[in-house]
Design a protein. Structure first.
Length: 92
C-alpha cells in the first residue's frame, strides 16, 4: 500500500529589504490587503489580509499605551531639575 502525506500550502512573501519600523510594516500590509481585495473583496484571502492589518494596528496601539504609562512628564522634568518647586516632596 502506498501512503500519501497531506499537502501543506504556505504563503510566502519575499521582500528585498524588509522594513524594520512597525509603522512601515503596517503601511505595506494595508497596500497588500488593498491589492488582494481588488479582485474579490469577499474572498477568504481578503479577510485574512485585513485581519493582519487589524492585528498590527492593535499591536501599535498597545505599544503606545505601554510607552505612555512608562513616561510621566513630571518625572522626566524632575530628573533634569530636581531643585524645581514642582519636584519638591513634603513629608507630613
Amino acid at each position: 500500500m502506498s501512503r500519501t502525506s497531506p499537502i501543506l500550502r504556505l504563503r510566502v512573501v519575499a521582500m528585498a529589504n524588509p522594513p524594520t519600523d512597525i509603522n512601515e510594516v503596517l503601511s505595506q500590509r494595508i497596500k497588500e490587503a488593498e491589492d488582494v481585495c481588488v479582485a474579490d473583496s469577499a474572498s477568504k484571502e481578503c479577510a485574512v489580509a485585513w485581519d493582519e492589518v487589524e492585528e498590527l494596528s492593535a499591536e501599535i496601539a498597545h505599544k503606545r499605551v505601554k510607552e505612555g504609562a512608562k513616561k510621566d512628564p513630571l518625572e522626566e522634568f524632575c530628573k533634569d531639575a530636581p531643585e524645581a518647586d514642582e519636584c519638591r516632596v513634603y513629608e507630613d
